[in-house]
Each structure stands twice: as structure tokens, then as C-alpha cells.
Design a protein around this ligand. Structure first.
Ligand SMILES: NC(=O)c1ccc[n+]([C@@H]2O[C@H](COP(=O)([O-])OP(=O)(O)OC[C@H]3O[C@@H](n4cnc5c(N)ncnc54)[C@H](O)[C@@H]3O)[C@@H](O)[C@H]2O)c1
Length: 392
């Protein structure tokens, strides 16, 4: 039973592992953190101190690092990860790396439940070949996990109901809303929708149509907590590149990233927040966005990309509009869901934007999902006509 779990482990002490282990500690779990990199483990204290300081400044916690420090133990070897009821994996976004790790963890007693924080791999593929394939499920947090209020809980083909329940209970115990997805697809829902929009914005930057700051000012101006250039920096260019590769393998060229852009950022060490520089300079903290630049990017383009992927998600029977919107609102901390926003903007307008871009650039990134065209053909163009993603 999840309510009996007092000790958990987080494997990986990078961008996600650092915040996730802190999150567990803030909610009174004892946490063991293991990373194969000594540097990552050595940097953990400082990263967590900074994160908790940010939380205090936002008035989201009264606790100090000293209050939770004792709850976090470092393991310098995987063998020292023991006597825990739950393990959350947050290592590199690489199928082989994750499978090798779980093959080792599979030797732990049967009652230990496993979760993977993968962004773009299927739980089923990660669990393949494991004896305990039923005790692993997806637990996908949005970044920053310390602020995002939702977790996608994903059932792989072998994941048992009990495992899903334990992961959901653990999510609730750390103050996050579990949104259970019973169809296991690459990128689940959140990342598919965000990449649908984010990939178009990367192309816009790549072609020199917009600067990262103009892009982000325009997206913030419509209520998003951040733009996609900043989101890219927070996630890490290396992670976005790995996710893009998995998405192209799974879904084809509609997720093709602009050639060389992310690769050169990775090669030059411009990974984003974690390396101090990406699209923005992070050496003095979060970037200041000049809001007078809002309007230099046509936000319809990003919303059209997100709506297009929402249609694919619905067509694939992964989630309905209500679930999609709940995930985006709580995960991305957006004041509106993508489906309700698209309905308000007019699905016909957004489809025209996509078609115009498809005609101009001739890349599949802009190819409309057939279901999107079907809706508009039927006159289901959104709120104004009483039917779009939703019935009004
Ligand atoms: N960055 C994001 O915004 C984000 C959001 C949601 C999910 N995720 C997912 O979370 C996972 C971690 O992402 P991240 O951004 O923290 O990556 P990261 O590169 O910042 O950190 C990964 C850490 O894993 C460690 N590692 C690699 N192989 C290991 C192994 N075999 N054993 C132990 N440690 C190992 C690395 O040393 C590194 O410290 C990935 O699966 C990623 O897709 C990332």
C-alpha cells in the first residue's frame, strides 16, 4: 500500500532528479538519491538550496533547506538503493540506459514499485524483458516539477492496476494530481501537445522569423507562464533533441526539428538553464523578457500546432479534450487548456494558419491532422458555432 511507503528512491540527480528528490523530502518522505555521476551528486545540495530559496521567495514553502536536508541521503552505488517501497527513475532519455537500469532494479524485492519519468519513450518498451514488468508504470512530471501540479500516470501493457494505484497515491501524497492514461504512447499527452507547438516555434527561430525573446514575449502576452524558448532552456536542449528523435521514430516527420539547431546548441554546451546558457543567458537567474516585444510573433501559429497535435491525440484515443486541457492547465500552468483556447480562437482560423504554413514551407510539421479538417468541414469550428473540441 502506497500509504505505508515512507522511504523512496530517485535515480538520477540531474534537472528532474534534483527537484523530484527535494519534492519528496518536502512532503516528508525519506529519499535516497543515486546518480552514476559523482559531479551530479556533489552538486545536489547547492541545486536544491537554490530551488528551495526560489520556492520561499514565491511563498510556496516556509521550510528551509536545513529542514529537509536530513531526509535526503546520497547513494554512491546502485546497490545502496535498498529498503525503499518506491523508486522513481529520472536518468538519461535513452531506452538502453533505462532498460539496463531497470534490469538491475528488477532484482529488488517484488513489493518495490517502480515508476519512470520518461518524456518520450513508452513504458511498455522500457519494461520489456523485465520479470517484474507489472510493477512499473509511467510517472511523468512537467518541468519544473516543483511548480507543476499534475503528473501523467501511465499504464504500460503489463502495468498492474495495483502499480497504477500506488503511483497515483504517491503523486497525491506529494500534492500532485495524478491523471491516469491507459494507452501507452510515446510522449503521452503533455509532451505531444507542447512539442506540437514548440517545434513550430523552433522552426520560426531557425528561419530567423523571430528572436527567442520576441517569441516568448508574444506567448507570455496571451497568458502562458513562459514562452517556448524559455521552456526549451528549462527542459534542456539535449533532452528536447532526444525527445524529438523518439517522436520522429514514433510519429514521423511531423515532429522533425529544424536541422542542426538543437544539435549545435548541444555541441556548444548551450543546453539552457542547467549549463547557464541556451537561447537565453541564465548566469544571473531567469531571463528578463522585454514585454514590449509582444506581438512580433503570430501566436496563432503555435496554438495551431498544439491544436493539430490535440486532434492526433484524440484520433489515437489517448485522451479526450477535457483530459488534454486538464493536463496542459495543471502541467504547463496555463490559465486555459489548448482545446478550449483553440475553440475560442476558431478552429477554422487555426486550420487556415496551418494550411498557409504548409503551403509556404512544404514540411509535414504543418500538415493538418485529417480529423482537424473533418471538424472544420462539418462546421465544428469552435465556440462561435456551438461545437468544436467541445459542445457548447
Ligand atoms: N528536463 C525536463 O524538462 C524533463 C521533464 C520531464 C521528464 N524528463 C525526463 O526525466 C529524465 C531525466 O531528465 P533530466 O532533464 O533530469 O536529465 P539530465 O540530463 O539533467 O539528468 C540525467 C541524470 O541521469 C544520470 N544518469 C544517466 N545514466 C544513469 C544511470 N545509468 N544510472 C544513474 N544515473 C544515470 C546522469 O548522470 C544525469 O545526472 C529523462 O527521462 C527525461 O526525459 C525531463
Amino acid at each position: 500500500m502506497a500509504s505505508e511507503i515512507k522511504r523512496v528512491a530517485v535515480i538520477g540527480a540531474g534537472t528532474m532528479g534534483s527537484d523530484l528528490s527535494l519534492l519528496f523530502a518536502l512532503y516528508d518522505f525519506d529519499v535516497i538519491v543515486y546518480d552514476k555521476s559523482k559531479t551530479a551528486l556533489n552538486n545536489l545540495d547547492e541545486k536544491q538550496k537554490n530551488t528551495i530559496e526560489e520556492l520561499r521567495q514565491m511563498d510556496l514553502t516556509k521550510k528551509s533547506f536545513e529542514d529537509v536536508q536530513d531526509k535526503i541521503t546520497i547513494a554512491d552505488k546502485l546497490e545502496n538503493v535498498k529498503d525503499v517501497g518506491f523508486i522513481l527513475e529520472a536518468v538519461a532519455e535513452d531506452l538502453d540506459v533505462k532498460r539496463k537500469l531497470f534490469a538491475e532494479l528488477d532484482k529488488l524485492p517484488r513489493e518495490v514499485v517502480f515508476a519512470t519519468n520518461t518524456s518520450s519513450l513508452r513504458v511498455t518498451d522500457i519494461a520489456k524483458g523485465l520479470k517484474g514488468g507489472d510493477r512499473i508504470g509511467g510517472m511523468h512530471f512537467s518541468n519544473p516539477p516543483i511548480l507543476s501540479l499534475m503528473v501523467e500516470v501511465v499504464k504500460g501493457e503489463k502495468t498492474s492496476e495495483e502499480t497504477l494505484q500506488v503511483i497515483s497515491d504517491v503523486a497525491e501524497r506529494i500534492g500532485r494530481k495524478p491523471v491516469v492514461l491507459r494507452k501507452d504512447v510515446n510522449g503521452f499527452v503533455n509532451n505531444r501537445i507542447l512539442m506540437g507547438a514548440g517545434n513550430e516555434t523552433l522552426w520560426a527561430i531557425y528561419r530567423g522569423e523571430v528572436t527567442p525573446e520576441e517569441l516568448d514575449a508574444s506567448l507570455r502576452a496571451i497568458g502562458f507562464p513562459m514562452g517556448f524558448a524559455e521552456a526549451n532552456d528549462i527542459i534542456g536542449a539535449d533532452i528536447v533533441l532526444a525527445v524529438s528523435k523518439h517522436f520522429v521514430e514514433a510519429y514521423g516527420k511531423r515532429f522533425q526539428p529544424p536541422p542542426g539547431l538543437l544539435e549545435s546548441m548541444v555541441k556548444e554546451g548551450r543546453l539552457g538553464k542547467k549549463s547557464g546558457k541556451g537561447f537565453f543567458d541564465w548566469s544571473k537567474g531567469s531571463p528578463e523578457i522585454d514585454m514590449s516585444l509582444a506581438g512580433k510573433y503570430d501566436v496563432n501559429r503555435a496554438i495551431a500546432g498544439a491544436a493539430n497535435e490535440a486532434f492526433w491525440v484524440i484520433d489515437d484515443e489517448v485522451a479526450d479534450p477535457k483530459t488534454i486541457d486538464e493536463i496542459i492547465k495543471l502541467g504547463f500552468r496555463s490559465p486555459v487548456g489548448i482545446c478550449e483556447l483553440a475553440d475560442a480562437m476558431g478552429l477554422d482560423n487555426l486550420l487556415n494558419t496551418l494550411k498557409r504554413l504548409y503551403q509556404e514551407y512544404e514540411i509535414e510539421v504543418y500538415k493538418p491532422c485529417p480529423l482537424f479538417e473533418e471538424y472544420v468541414k462539418k462546421g465544428w469550428t469552435g465556440k462561435a458555432t456551438g461545437r468544436g473540441f467541445y459542445k457548447y
